[in-house]
Design a protein around this ligand. Sequence first.
Ligand SMILES: Cc1cc2nc3c(=O)[nH]c(=O)nc-3n(C[C@H](O)[C@H](O)[C@H](O)COP(=O)(O)O)c2cc1C
Length: 388
Amino acid sequence: MPSLECIVDGVRFANPFVVGSGPPGTNAKVIAKAFDEGWGGVIAKTVSLDASKVVNVAPRYARMRAAGTNEVLGWQNIELISDRPFETWLDEFRQLKERYPEGVLIASVMEEYNKDAWIEIIERVQETGVDAFELNFSCPHGLPERKMGAAMGQNTEILEEVCGWVNSVATIPVWAKMTPNVTHIVDPARAALRAGCEGIAAINTILAVMGVDLDTLRPEPTVEGYSVPGGYSCKAVRPIALRMVMELATMMYGGGSGSAIGRSSRGEFPDRSLSAIGGVETGDDAAQFLLLGASTVQVCTGVMIHGYKLASELCRGLEAFMEKHGFDSIDAFRGHSLQYFTTHAELVRRQHEVKAREKAEREGVVTKDAAWDGDAFVEQSNKLVSND
Ligand SMILES: Cc1cc2nc3c(=O)[nH]c(=O)nc-3n(C[C@H](O)[C@H](O)[C@H](O)COP(=O)(O)O)c2cc1C
């Protein structure tokens, strides 16, 4: 039986499946349910010092379904971070750690561009005994208007400075959660790692407009007739998340055999961790992120669609994948598939090489000594002559 246990940044996870920050980690009751159902870890909904500034609207979700079915492919939200008081959260973090000492509880935090505020939130949350921090530099809507979330994650200099403040007081691991709404996700990630963060989490939601209602002519989700672009998640974003995780892992751990990626066989941050997020609903989805270098895999929208029981299906699916390939631990295959990324020019070169070999074989040209044949020996010799 393969083992799903993993130690990441010194923290022991019973399995790599972590509830991603959002509604499935919105209060102590639901976090307890996640631990009861066997999730390896839970990242609570993002908290800030002053929840009174956080005002949500309804409706705040919109879904894209596969044509003619109920299957949800894409999910858009315009939800903000937690609107629950900071002191309530501190009590709940304490209670949860008392009740689930083995459950990995990660606090997601976000603050304005203010050193004292960041230091205060880290110090006060840390006292509750949580296992790690995730810094939310990635919420794409609402909070950027206060220069928080993605606004901070899109500014590499500010991000590095804020991570420096956090790491000056944090005594537990710190993951920086990246926004995908940038041109090169490795740039802010590199800044966070340079500033001492133990890991990177990616991706948060992709800025999107779900659609326009063709009767009312109003964009969705519609609130009093108006809308804002929101964050897109679920299955539809998985290929983009896989690409970004691949880019991050290649930068951190080193990459493939091909020339461009393989040029640096060693990565820039080989000892840091990577937590993958985006459209995971099955063990096979998770296996793909692990094959691209992730140490843990987060699920947010998947829990909103399937419930907390998804944890056991994810574990079963991942174990089945590992058994099929004879992998006894996650480390046995983590990052394995990175080596198969290369440049397009290299793909062309490899294809030419294969075609040339096939042509030679079709024409009976001897390319290996073992192919010499007693009956066709003279004919084979002739085919190797260049100047007839
Ligand atoms: C309704 C909703 C609320 C979310 N709230 C937060 C949040 O408070 N903090 C955060 O870091 N990410 C938040 N996220 C982003 C998720 O944690 C995750 O990065 C993203 O949805 C992609 O993963 P998924 O496809 O598994 O949902 C939220 C996502 C959704 C759908």
